[in-house]
Unconditional design. Structure first.
Length: 479
């Protein structure tokens, strides 16, 4: 039997302290990496031998075999690049959420030049974060209507209208729960930066979409709005020529509750909804006419008070639903398989551990898969085989390897004083940048925008932020 160290059933006291490694000098640190891995492997191998060998006489030989497997696995896991905070953070920003443009056509479509711009929605303004320039710039491109604010839901997409210049195709759909409003903005720019956002259409005080918390748009013509008050997904028809105002049709789908809505696989024409109050993840299928039908739904205690959900950004197949919960077991990251027609299936997860010894586990054990770095997990964004989790309690972006969705592995964390209170995170469609917002969900507080990357070119171009703390990896680096 092959031992996989990613199944974290080993008690933490078997792992040598990382704190002692920090005290080593820089010159001495690299020379001791091999011995560190060796000691970890030896301790893990002894535990494996005790668990698996029926007789004491067979344990030494099994331990030697397991030690070699563990060392090879440690080196394989440690090859991932480090996430590094770059550029200086932007403080005192009106920010509630951050989004990149979602690729328009299908899962295999490559991100356009417009996808290098992150759009920041605040309670009363919209800003554009241009990541290709050096230094990175954050520009206010629109002031929201006073009779519509405050706003909280944002979806960025490309217009399906013919004859629109490439630099002016970006569109922003904005929802304002307090005023029951849906706003559509067109963004003007040159393709590499956004200069201004103009309001194209507005639907205000619409009780049929009461408390719209989130929205997604398909092909620039189909908008699906999450109505929290009605616990429904409401279809809104958009004119592809952008001449006629959006039309709220009679097509809705009744749910038990809804907080977020996201697009599923493009070729399957599906939507994913999530509700922390009713602890449900639901998959709906839509048609080109805007009608919806149920594919499957699951109720799970691990979704209690869920605050963030993601199905992937960029060209991913969107087969899984990733959910974070800040309060369950101190902070939980869960993976649900939504690839089949039917109810999403819980696969696995990682949690921070219980807050108190007598706290019920709600289906989780303290081990396996406990990692304190996920404390207060508030948001998640996924690109490819990597998930980025905003851990508010420790002020860090935690990197999770999801190459095998059944065995998520916490790799490292990027942590700095600027990330204290981080509660929003999103990866760019090309996977180069990770943008985080700090204190974005705190009422009455301005936010801070922080940018990170693990791309060597981006780090060299923008420079590493000197205020960032040292990163701690689960395993030592092989480089």
């Amino acid at each position: 039997m092959t031992f996989d160290p990613r199944h974290s059933f080993i008690p933490s006291y078997f792992i040598p302290s990382f704190r002692s490694r920090r005290r080593r000098s820089r010159d001495d640190r690299s020379s001791r990496r091999v011995s560190f891995d060796s000691r970890v492997a030896s301790r893990l191998a002894v535990v494996v031998a005790r668990h698996m060998a029926p007789r004491a006489s067979a344990r030494p030989r099994l331990a030697r075999v397991a030690r070699g497997v563990v060392i090879a696995s440690l080196c394989a896991v440690a090859r991932a690049a480090n996430l590094t905070q770059i550029a200086s953070p932007f403080a005192d920003v009106d920010a509630r959420t951050v989004e990149f443009i979602t690729p328009a056509a299908h899962a295999s479509s490559a991100p356009s030049a417009l996808s290098t711009i992150a759009y920041v929605l605040g309670a009363r303004t919209i800003s554009a974060l241009t990541l290709t320039t050096s230094p990175v710039t954050l520009t206010t491109i629109a002031t929201l209507d006073e009779d519509a604010t405050p706003c909280e839901g944002l979806f960025a997409y490309e217009s399906a209208r013919d004859g629109v210049a490439a630099g002016n195709r970006a569109r922003l759909a904005v929802t304002c729960a307090g005023t029951n409003s849906l706003l559509i903005y067109g963004v003007d720019g040159d393709g590499t930066r956004a200069t201004k956002a103009r309001q194209i259409h507005a639907v205000k005080n619409a009780t049929r979409i009461a408390e719209p918390t989130d929205v997604v748009v398909v092909n620039g013509t189909l908008a699906f709005v999450a109505s929290r008050a009605h616990a429904r997904v409401v279809f809104v028809k958009l004119d592809p020529n952008e001449n006629d105002a959006p039309t709220i049709t009679g097509s809705t789908y009744q749910l038990s509750g809804i907080d977020k809505i996201q697009l599923g696989p493009y070729d399957r024409q599906t939507l994913r909804t999530m509700s922390g109050m009713t602890r449900r993840v639901t998959t709906l299928k839509y048609t080109s006419a805007g009608t919806m039908q149920l594919v499957g739904s699951v109720k799970d205690s691990r979704l209690e008070s869920a605050s963030g959900a993601c199905v992937g950004v960029g060209g991913g197949e969107r087969a899984y639903t990733y959910v974070v919960t800040p309060t369950l077991n101190g902070g939980t990251f869960s993976i649900f398989n939504s690839s089949t027609y039917g109810a999403p299936e819980y696969l696995n997860g990682v949690h921070a551990g219980r807050l108190a010894p007598n706290e019920p586990s709600d289906g989780f054990e303290l081990a396996p898969a406990a990692n304190r770095d996920l404390s207060g997990a508030r948001d998640v964004s996924v690109h490819g085989t990597t998930a980025y989790v905003a851990a508010k309690s420790i002020g860090a972006i935690v990197v999770v390897d999801i190459t095998d969705p059944n065995v998520p592995v916490v790799l490292e964390k990027a942590r700095s004083s600027a990330l204290a209170g981080v509660d929003r995170v999103v990866a760019s469609p090309d996977g180069v940048f990770v943008v985080a917002a700090v204190n974005a969900t705190d009422d009455g507080a301005n936010a801070t925008i922080v940018i990170a990357s693990k791309d060597d070119t981006a780090i060299a171009k923008h420079g590493a932020y000197t205020g960032a703390k040292k990163r701690r990896r689960l395993f030592s680096s092989s480089k």
